[in-house]
Design a binder for this molecule. Structure first.
Ligand SMILES: Nc1ncnc2c1ncn2[C@@H]1O[C@H](COP(=O)(O)OP(=O)(O)OP(=O)(O)O)[C@@H](O)[C@H]1O
Ligand SMILES: Nc1ncnc2c1ncn2[C@@H]1O[C@H](COP(=O)(O)OP(=O)(O)OP(=O)(O)O)[C@@H](O)[C@H]1O
Ligand SMILES: [Mg+2]
Ligand SMILES: [Mg+2]
Lengths: 255, 255
């Protein structure tokens, strides 16, 4: 109950948002209630962009005192999943958002919302800036999506440093849920080699066994910020995200 | 003399760093001195990562008073180009870096370094956060790299909002140098259509005529943070970045 996991990476464009949306959707099929938090102030390009019909308000509005937590969560019709976004973050407000992340106010708000769900998945902005760190401070674990081309000792150890620092300063329990290889092109020798190298360098649990294949069908789903299941043409990726959900759930039982 | 241009985008992984490096290199061939600023605190994954042999210090160190501006710039052997990075930015320092961006200290430091070069190109972190805005505050113009798949009215107008706000608050002269289509796969019908749609929607100068092709050869160059010219196998992209340099220079004369 109330598990909070952040999807984060220092590199941009690696599939954080796609993962938060599709893993969140897959996890929600098992029941218990799943909340997806679009934590990226550039929400216009992410998950919350298609919430704009149902609500214009999000986390920023609660932080600024102009909305209540109840007003900003949008449940899906099947009741298994809910979404919440940052709301409108004008450039002028960005400083106070970063400050709210550092002070713990942003994390406390997410914790409050997460209490009503079995599982909360946070889509972080690219980088390891204040906003991302504010989410990590209240997370049980973090998922790091990486493309094969940048999958390396350096990428992973660089991110582990962020985890270690967060444990020392604000969240001693934060752990790496796993590194998720995304946009994997099995036909590309270089991709296959990159994955094998990392599997041989790190302990077995560091890399998820599930990898997400490069799937052009995902692009249309992403453009509409819709989980791949709900749009024909991205079955490979959709199936992989369901496998990932099973792997995540089995790891949770092992603690 | 002393022109400062920032390469920025809200979306991650669109080719900001690749553009800063390759456009900067191409522009430097014309003389006048070019400075490339790796403005991304995640420098370990960007341009400054291969500076680490020559210098461990960067902008952050000058801001923290532990290095001088002269110590942080690394000239290349041919003397036509120089590079400077953020230096080591520990998670604990991120807040003060964001504050230095908002106070104008970061921009003032960049201006001071830029005075010695005909052209300064800043590689910004993904997003339109405090650090990016701190660079825009001292820039003459901004280049927005976009992939065909996300090239849309929404992407461009969202970024124009950031430019308008920066003009109102700190830099009335900031203008859009142009939108640069990157990773363009001419064999993909969807890519071709996306570009044509935007060209028909916006005035002719908004999109650069030059587009950067998807070029697998660029990946090795990027991994080593080396301009494509210096590594065989990425000729298409290298040639396109030279064409872009010519286009940028011709636009400068038209003012
Ligand atoms: N498995 C996949 N196959 C093909 N395309 C994909 C896949 N996963 C993601 N994409 C596409 O790659 C692009 C980047 O994905 P996404 O937006 O999820 O990354 P991100 O890490 O959230 O980016 P940002 O750093 O901007 O937040 C999107 O256009 C998306 O549609
Ligand atoms: N024209 C191209 N063809 C093929 N690959 C490319 C091209 N341009 C960039 N890439 C690759 O795409 C990835 C992302 O590029 P890059 O790092 O320049 O983007 P970015 O916008 O700086 O990302 P970030 O948001 O993380 O700073 C890199 O692996 C790079 O090698
Ligand atoms: Mg995202
Ligand atoms: Mg970059």
């Amino acid at each position: 109950m109330g598990t909070i996991v952040t999807v984060a990476s220092q590199k941009g464009g690696v599939g954080k948002t796609t993962t938060a949306l599709n893993l969140g959707y897959s996890l929600s099929r098992f029941g218990g209630g799943v909340l997806i938090v679009d934590g990226d102030p550039q929400a216009s390009l992410g998950i919350a962009s298609n919430l704009k019909q149902q609500t214009k308000v999000g986390l920023m509005d609660v932080l600024l005192g102009r909305a209540t937590p109840e007003e900003i969560v949008v449940p899906t019709r099947d009741g298994l999943l809910a979404l919440v976004g940052m709301g409108r973050v004008d450039p002028a407000d960005l400083g106070s958002l970063e400050e709210a992340a550092r002070s713990g106010a942003l994390g406390a708000l997410v914790r409050r919302l997460a209490a009503g769900y079995g599982y909360t998945l946070i889509d972080a902005p690219a980088g390891a800036g204040s906003i991302t760190v504010g989410f990590l401070a209240v997370s049980e674990s973090v998922i790091l999506p990486v493309q094969p081309r940048t999958l390396s000792l350096k990428t992973i150890s660089s991110f582990l440093k962020v985890i270690h620092w967060t444990r020392r300063t604000s969240n001693p329990d934060l752990r790496l849920s796993g590194v998720l290889v995304t946009m994997f092109d099995a036909a590309r020798r270089a991709d296959v080699v990159a994955i094998e190298e990392v599997r041989s360098t790190f302990p077995p649990d560091v890399l998820f066994r599930t990898t997400i294949p490069l799937d052009d069908g995902l692009e249309e789903a992403s453009v509409r910020a819709v989980p791949a299941w709900l749009l024909p043409g991205a079955e490979h990726a959709a199936r992989s995200y369901m496998e990932l959900a099973l792997e995540v759930k089995s790891r949770a039982f092992e603690g």
